[in-house]
Design a protein around this ligand. Structure first.
Ligand code: KG4
Ligand code: ZN
Length: 325
């Protein structure tokens, strides 16, 4: 079954063609991120206007790269939630109209679960693929959650952030330190190569024995630290972001390993924009190896918002609907 996926939940306008929930024939992404940078965050109205302008182009390109036409598509899968309402509406309206005109099924897909599903897509660089059941860690700009996945139509939510998402905390800390938007990649780059001296120590709530997270306190701690030290001659931004990143990553690693141990699950999949973070990748791999757990990250292009993950997960929802008919 060949599915056309469409994703417009934030600043990306994306389309992809995926066969049988695995094989990525094409994965096209256009982003309006550059236009939002000067505002220090995503401007919803601007994002949805660009999506309206670009959606036809990305769909045409995705079909062209896949060397297919609309007639070859068996179904359309679209991100139905969560996201910016105006942006979601562009993708949903376009997909509805397309599915109606082609007389092909429309499949609604949850963006967060799709981020985890990205690990199950065929990636040329991967040597091994995760086997169900798995624990899934979602780390994105809007969400931080842990899932237990037994089947692709059965994602059990174990816990989530009680306040800020982890990506949001990277973005807010970067804003406090004037590092620009989005904050995650800037902090990742700046912290690389900084030797931890232990001179700056932040605390991050780790809510023991729960699967929940909390990242609003650490952001405030950085804010106060910057307020009190910014004017000092030896104020070292790189050392501050290194200390911030270190503690945040350690909480994510600890919680994920705890979930795997409690659920006796030997595989962990990670998804969402923050899965691109180099320290998270390194430390999670290291700790998981020590505990005999296999950890999987999507390739960089599948970490960020994309439509291949939507078409991929959509394949499984569609099968369920067919079985019901
Ligand atoms: O999943 P995503 O592309 O969009 C949402 O669905 O939210 O995630 C975007 C988030 C932003 O907060 C961005 O700062 C963060 O992912 N991010 C990173 C890195 N690359 C992107 N955070 C830490 N390190 C990175 N390398
Ligand atoms: Zn996302």
């Amino acid at each position: 079954m060949v599915i056309l996926g469409i994703e417009t939940s934030c600043d990306e306008t994306a389309a992809a063609v995926v066969k049988d929930g695995k094989e990525v024939f094409s994965n096209v992404v256009m982003s309006s991120l550059k236009e939002h940078k000067k505002f220090g965050g995503i401007i919803p109205e601007l994002a949805s206007r660009r999506q309206l302008e670009w959606i036809q182009t990305v769909v045409k390109r995705a079909l062209k790269v896949a060397d297919l036409t609309l007639d070859d598509i068996d179904a359309v899968a679209v991100t139905s939630r969560p996201g910016l309402i105006g942006s979601l509406l562009v993708g949903i309206s376009f997909s509805r109209a397309l599915s109606f005109s082609l007389n092909k099924p429309l499949i609604n897909v949850d963006h967060i679960k799709a981020h985890l599903y990205a690990n199950f897509l065929r990636q040329s660089s991967a040597e091994e693929y995760p086997q169900l059941p798995v624990v899934g860690l979602v780390v994105s700009g809007g969400h931080t959650s842990l899932y237990h996945i037994k089947n692709f139509d059965q994602f059990k939510l174990l816990g989530q952030t009680r306040d800020d998402a982890v990506g949001e905390s990277f973005d807010k800390v970067a804003r406090i330190l004037d590092l620009g938007y989005p904050g995650g990649p800037a902090i990742d780059r700046l912290a690389k190569g900084v030797q931890p001296t232990g001179q700056i120590r932040f605390k991050c709530a780790d809510l023991p024995k729960t699967y929940d997270f909390s990242f609003s306190g650490i952001k405030t701690a950085v804010l106060y630290y910057a307020r009190d030290h910014k004017t000092q001659k030896d104020f070292d931004v790189a050392a501050v972001v290194q200390a911030f990143q270190q503690i945040v990553v350690s909480v994510l690693v600890k919680k994920s390993i705890y979930a795997c141990q409690e659920l006796k699950t030997k595989s962990l999949v990670v998804g969402g924009g923050v899965a691109a973070n180099s320290l998270l990748r390194k430390q999670l791999m290291h700790e998981a190896k020590l505990q005999g757990i296999k950890v999987f990250f999507p390739s960089m292009s599948l970490c960020m918002d994309n439509a291949a993950m939507i078409a991929g997960l959509g394949y499984w929802s569609r099968e369920k609907q067919e079985a019901k008919l």
